[in-house]
Design a protein. Structure first.
Length: 229
């Protein structure tokens, strides 16, 4: 009986890791969740089977489940994303930002576009020295109606992103918008690319570091929260 239960539990863990990029680890006397935000953030439309994606319909219930769990002590987000669907991304960041559990994010490779607010939505953020962040205005593909209402709609979306980012890190809205509309950095687009320490200096990310520093910070934060209760 116990053997079958353990076997099923391990099988479920392997499925979660494969399908959702999440894994639960027991460390000392607490459980910690590791969630990967990779590839493209998928919204209401399914992307091609050859595209690596993070599906918001997987992430949102997972975060709600973690919030309700008495066993999970903290969450580490491993981020390597090119961005993607803005509405889905904003749903994810609002969920992360409202969690009561300690959260730490680690930018590996890149955290571009809507990946920027995802990276700063955690309580504390790290970026590896070679990690990149790309800040640019909201873009869209396909047919767009060229009217004032369309412009106003995109402006409101951009304001939502800017407000969230600047309320969760140490950069001002003025400086963030300046990075967003820079014309001399990206070859075929407007915006800015920040590498490693540049993201820290700009006030977006808290610290340069890797998995060791990120895990140490998460364990320390969960220990502090436990002792303050």
């Amino acid at each position: 009986m116990d053997s079958n239960y353990d076997s099923n539990k391990e099988a479920n863990k392997r499925t979660e890791l494969k399908e959702m990029g999440t894994v639960e680890k027991q460390i000392n006397h607490g459980k910690y969740e590791i969630i990967s935000i990779i590839g493209e953030i998928e919204g209401h439309d399914n992307l091609s089977g050859s595209t690596k994606t993070t599906k918001y319909e997987h992430i949102l219930p997972k975060l709600a489940d973690i919030e309700l769990s008495k066993d999970i002590k903290g969450i580490l987000f491993l981020i390597n994303t090119v961005g993607g669907d803005v509405e889905a991304g904003l749903a994810i960041v609002e969920m992360i930002g409202s969690l009561s559990k300690p959260t730490v994010s680690l930018v590996l490779g890149g955290s571009h576009s809507i990946g920027v607010p995802i990276a700063v939505s955690a309580d504390y953020s790290f970026i590896v020295p070679s990690g990149t962040m790309v800040i640019h205005p909201v873009r869209t593909s396909g047919t767009v109606i060229g009217t004032r209402q369309t412009f106003d709609y995109f402006k409101k979306i951009q304001e939502r992103i800017t407000t969230f980012v600047c309320s969760h890190c140490q950069i001002s809205e003025q400086d963030y918008e300046k990075l967003m509309i820079e014309t001399g950095v990206l070859t075929k687009d407007i915006g800015t690319i920040l590498i490693g320490r540049e993201a820290v200096q700009a006030g977006l990310i808290r610290e340069v570091g890797g998995i060791r520093q990120a895990m140490a910070r998460l364990l320390s934060a969960s220990s502090d929260k436990k002792s303050s209760k």
